[in-house]
Design a protein around this ligand. Sequence first.
Ligand code: PLP
Length: 453
Amino acid sequence: MTNDLKLFTELVEFLISEEKNNPVATPIDTQLLYKTLDLELNDEPSIDANFKSTLKDIIKSTPKTASTSFFNQLFGGRINRAILGDLLAVMLNNSMYTYKVAGPQVGIEKTILHKICDIIGYPKTADGTFAPGGSMSNYMAVLMARDKYNPSARNEGITNKMILYTSEVSHYSIAKNASFIGVGRHQVRAIKTNDKGQMLAEDLDIQIIKDIEQGHQPFFVNATAGTTVLGAFDNVKSISNVCKKHDIWLHLDGAYCGSVIFSNQYKYLVNGIEHTDSFSVNAHKMLGTPLSCSIIVTQNKTHLYQSFANDAEYLYQTNDDDFNLGKTSLQCGRRNDALKLWTLWKSVGSNGLESIVDQQFNLAQIARNYISNHPDYTLYSYEDSISVCFNYKAIPANKLCTALYEDAQLMVGFGNFRGQEFVRMVTINTLLKEKDILNFFKTIEDFAISTDF
Ligand SMILES: *Cc1c(COP(=O)(O)O)cnc(C)c1O
C-alpha cells in the first residue's frame, strides 16, 4: 500500500502540473487512440516502470476538467475538502445498503438529506436518498409519482395512458425515464416556454385539461431549476398551483442549479419549492464535489418505501429500517456518495456553500458584462443564469468550439434555443477568478484572428 500511495502522490503531482502547463490536453483522434496509448490488456503483468509511464501518458491526454480552460459542461473545478471525503470513501469502501456494513456513514448520508429537507421547507415526514446522477434522481421521482397515482403498477404493470408534462427545453432524461417506467415516450407532453426558456404554466394547465377530457391520466409534472442550455428557472409557484388544482405530482429537477437553495441572494429562483412533491439536486454540479453526487428528496418517505423497498432476508439482518438505506434506494450495493459532500459542508459550513453558489453568479455577470460591452459579441442568455450563451462575430458556434478543442485552446460547448445556435460558457468552476474569464474571451479573439473560419 505504501508504495502505491507514493505512486499515487507522484501521479497527482504530475496531473496538477499538466493542468497548469497544458490546461487543454491535446485531443487524440479516435482512429489513433489505441495506437497512441498502451491500453491493451495482456496475459503477462506490466513491469512497474512501464505501468507508471503508461499511466502518465493516459493522464497527459485525458481532458482536464479542473483546469482554468474548462467551460464545457455543467461541472468543473476541484474543491479539496470534497476530494478528501471521496478519497476516504474509496479507502473505507462501504456499501450504503445497511447500517451493519456502513455504520456512521449512514448517519452522514441521513444528516445531509434531513438538512436539505429542512432548508427547502419540507415537513418532518420528508426523506430522501442518493442516486447515481441527476437522470436517475429524476427516474426515482417519476417512479414514486407513478406508484402513488397507480399503486397496482408495481405488480400489474400499466394499462392506461398515464401522462407526464415537462418543458420543451427540459433534460432528455424525462423522456428516457418515461420509457423506463413503462409509460412510454409518447406520453410526454412538451410544454412551451417563454423567450427566457421558462415553462408556461397556462399552457401546462390547458394541456392537462385536454388530456383529462380525452380520458388520459395526468400524473407527473417536471419543473426545472436551471435548464441544461440556458440555465433557466421554471416558475415553481405558478406551476405548483396548476399541479395542486389537478392533484398531480410535481418534481423539481434541480440537477444543474438546485443548489441555489443555499444562497440567500438566489434562492428566490426556486420560490415555492416547499410545494413540490420531490426535488433533486446534483452536488457535483454547482457545489463542485467529484462526480457523482446526486440527491433526491420527497415530502413523505412512504413514497420511497412504496417504490423501492423489497424484503431480502439475506441482506437486512439487523437494525431498524430507518438505518437500512437499501430499502429506499434504486440500487442494492451502493457507493458512498455522501461523505464527499459532508466533508465539504462540515468544513466550510452552510455559509461556505452559499459563497460557492454566489461566486458562480458573480463570474457569469462578469462574462455577460464583457459580452455586452464588446460589439463583436451577441448575448443570448439572461441575468441570474450561470450559462452564458453568446456568439462571436459571425463564426458558427459549433465550428468555433470544435476548432478551439482540436487546437487545445479551450474546452467550451455549444447549444441552441429556438433555432439559434450559440456558444454556451458555464461559470460553474468556483476556483476561477475574473482574470480567467477575461482570458477566456481573449483566447477566442486571438484564435479567431489566426484561424480561417
Ligand atoms: C445534468 C442534468 C441532469 C442529469 O444529471 P446527471 O447527473 O448527468 O445524470 C438532469 N437534469 C438537468 C436539468 C441537468 O442539468
